[in-house]
Design a protein around this ligand. Sequence first.
Ligand SMILES: [Zn+2]
Length: 179
Amino acid sequence: MSADELLDLGLAESIVPEAIGRPGERKFKITVISHRGSATIWMEKEQLFQVAAALKQFLSSRSAISNATNYVSRSGDPPSVISEEFRAGDMSLSHDARSDVFTVAVTDIESEHEGDDEEDAVAMQFSFTRVSADKIADVALQVVAAGRKPCPLCSVPQDPKGHFCVRKNGRRNAHSDEV
Ligand SMILES: [Zn+2]
């Protein structure tokens, strides 16, 4: 996959964050399935956490759009069915205010090391609705936390290294000070 090639899965039918392996050796991935194909995106635990935290923060700070239009992908259907598996480099989240649809863009970590002229290094993107966003964030946080205690303020599982609490303006270590 080259860096200037954007694979757009469009509106996904299924987005599943998971952890594979034993505690301490877990690897993290998101599996995305849409009518355009599928992708398995491996990532660091911190990346999965950041996506979930960004979604939660967005959802808590902005209310749903009542007259949302249907989401239309900017790219046309790909010439062939997408089937990709790669490790995530940069990940970014965007929101389309008209359709109330979220899009996650992910670069392939291997493509980042090759090019020097790639300002548009997006490798793949997938989109999902607000309802899906909340579920994805919940599952992702549970996967990352693996049974850790939920925060009493926001019910997000707390990381021992510090908790990104949307109810406390996202300050890290907000709760560990209070223990
Ligand atoms: Zn919290």
